[in-house]
Design a binder for this molecule. Sequence first.
Ligand code: SF4
Length: 385
Amino acid sequence: MPVARVPGVPFGPWSGLAASAWHDWRWQLRNRLTTADQFARLLPVSDETRAWMSAGGAFEVGVTPYFASLFNDAALRDGEPLRCPLIRQVLPDPREANVAPFERADPLGEDPARTVPGIVHKYPDRVLLLVTDTCAAYCRYCTRARWVASSQASLDSAELDAAIDYIATHRGIVDVLISGGDPLLWSTARLDALLDRLAAISHLRWIRIGTRVPVFLPMRIDAELVRALRPRRIPVFVNVHINHYSELAAPTLTGLCLLADGGISLGGQTVLLRGVNDDAAVLRDTFYAMLSARVRPYYLFHCDPVRGTEHLRTSVDDALALVRQLVGFCSGMAVPKYCIDLEGGGKVPLWPDYVERADGDALLVRGYRGDRFAYDNRPRGGDGA
Ligand code: SF4
């Protein structure tokens, strides 16, 4: 029997819980849903899903009670939990056992680019600094499923020293993206100290943090954390992974507001997922909701070919058709760059092709509504030639 809920409010097994516990981020982590029996107290769990979870599944399972409070009641009433765009992202699915030939454990080719523990150096002027393998909840399509929640714990202090030393001695690096796992699960003091050390490296020009904590665990965001994330000599950008507008419930909006009011620039990263957000209206509403929360949509990522995720992936053609339904119809600020990520080749932005024909100095271009226009393509020098 589905459990009635109000988004962001204790429900079902936690109905009588003190608000102080529910709003304690450590309580949320300690009480994550990890087993089929725990899920079955909230939603119908099929025998196949139970068997898949009992057999160990493909990857770690963990969902905060808070995130479960956002699950869609209608899908649960209908007995089809995977129709809920949020459940679909976090509940193990027996289809994860089907591994397509092109799917990889390391779909981006990050492991060969790990120069020292914690550092992935794939691009000339920036590095990824992976500080922890722990997340507040685990997404079934995670690009680093091979690594997050594995037995590899957070970087120890000697490894962290070596990683920072690597950044300090490679003067071409201007940008560090701190990720994981989720770096906002580090203690505030530890994060503050890390940001201080990175900001002291003179050739760094900015720091980015990738996180899904505002969605899975918004109670983690408090004044102390905001202070730790403050801009130093260089700016600190926080990129929040948001896939669906229903993830932006009141507690998340409050957390994002705290961050934005604290002077932190917020960007949004969205993964295109079949049955979650592969619909132009859903994408538009999600990007508009993000902008209203002062999160600028930055990337729309194609779902990487992680092992066992084909049921969650669209085709690139379908993705481009969705982007075409957004461009021009939505504010340009609400249309992120759509990218695929190549194994060892980095991110590549793809965009619908609006040029129908190039004919000498004339281009034939389609407008966003589909009508055709001639466009003068003659070079124009500043001298009027
Ligand atoms: S929060 Fe990010 S790193 Fe963690 S499981 Fe989800 S996609 Fe992976």
